[in-house]
Design a protein around this ligand. Structure first.
Ligand SMILES: Cc1cc2nc3c(=O)[nH]c(=O)nc-3n(C[C@H](O)[C@H](O)[C@H](O)COP(=O)(O)OP(=O)(O)OC[C@H]3O[C@@H](n4cnc5c(N)ncnc54)[C@H](O)[C@@H]3O)c2cc1C
Length: 295
């Protein structure tokens, strides 16, 4: 029997029993029993402080574009719902962590600021992108990040510039109960037409190589050192392997797609079969790139 949540936590805006299928781009998962949606930094801080005090496990969700959720989650989940305001000071843009990542890249391009073109095809929220140090085409967030605000696991608010060791390839130290609240990108003035052309080129590349018409969670497995996970899966003959409505994309072997009614269990089974076959054929252990959440 789950224990009742404390009153101060319940003051933070929340909804009950929201399907993870609606909260993630892959579109599977059970119910999020408690979805907290703070609209201010103070509410987010109250959430973290209450959970820390009570010793309650919890999670923070962004756009759900790097997640596979298996089953229901009874623990509180926080999804920031701050006003989507972007502040400009000179060539610096500051946005709340809940801002759409692609929308931020588009706003930068629209303002004639170069530096976020790489982000224009990466879905999810700004907070998720900072946490993951998201990147593409040889650029990543740490290249433009100049300041950020976050909550510690105890709920203390910190604002700082990035330091060495805090960010590396698709990783940051912003895990384990740390919550990104906002981030500032240091950009450069550029020719709007050139920026738009670069964005269009990157989008075109994605359009031809990724199965973007089906629900997916991006690349499912990490590239093993010096190797391509997609190529290993392809060479193992797994493109098109299907369990129910979950399939290894025939277009891009490192994308698993949801044909509409796939379940989390089908994705878990498909991932396990891909890992087993790649182990058997290539002797390589594939590690998930997506996060897997279970109670
Ligand atoms: C079609 C497609 C293409 C993609 N292409 C790329 C790509 O080119 N490059 C790339 O790097 N990624 C790519 N991704 C993966 C994904 O979009 C990124 O990892 C993205 O940055 C995740 O952000 P999110 O808000 O969706 O995070 P979520 O999936 O919601 O969460 C991911 C992790 O971030 C944490 N998190 C979320 N918000 C916060 C916060 N405010 N503070 C602290 N932690 C937080 C979560 O707890 C979780 O651990 C792609 C995904 C898809 C579906």
């Amino acid at each position: 029997m789950p224990r009742p949540l404390p009153d101060d936590l319940l003051k933070v805006p929340h909804r009950r029993d929201v399907s993870f299928a609606r909260l993630t781009t892959l579109g599977v998962g059970g119910l999020c029993r408690w979805l907290f949606e703070p609209t201010t930094e103070a509410e987010a801080q109250a959430f973290v402080r209450a959970c820390a005090r009570e010793g309650l496990p919890w999670r923070v969700l962004g756009g759900g574009s790097n997640l596979v959720v298996l089953g229901d989650l009874e623990m509180p989940v926080m999804k920031l719902a701050f006003p989507k305001e972007i502040r400009r000071e000179g060539n610096r843009l500051t946005a709340p962590a809940s801002h759409g990542h692609i929308a931020l890249a588009e706003a930068a391009a629209g303002a004639g600021l170069a530096g976020l073109e790489f982000a224009s095809g990466i879905p999810g929220s700004l907070g998720g992108a900072i946490r993951m140090n998201a990147g593409a085409y040889g650029r990543e967030w740490v290249d433009v990040l100049t300041r950020y605000r976050f909550l510690t696991p105890e709920g203390e608010l910190v604002e700082k510039a990035p330091e060495s060791g805090e960010f590396r390839y698709r990783w940051s130290f912003l895990t384990g109960g740390r919550v990104v609240l906002s981030a500032t990108a240091d950009l450069v003035e550029g020719d709007p037409a050139t920026i738009r052309a670069q964005v269009a080129e990157y989008r075109g590349k994605r359009g031809t190589s990724q199965p973007l018409s089906k629900r997916n969670a991006g690349c499912i497995f990490k590239n093993p050192p010096g190797l391509s996970a997609g190529r290993l899966i392809d060479l193992a003959g797994l493109k098109g392997l299907r369990i129910g409505d979950a399939e290894v994309s025939p277009e891009h072997a490192n994308f698993l797609i949801n044909h509409g009614r796939a379940t989390a269990a089908e994705f878990a089974e498909l991932m396990a079969q891909v890992q087993a076959k790649v182990r058997e054929v290539h002797g390589v252990e594939l590690e998930p790139e997506v996060e897997i959440w279970r109670e």
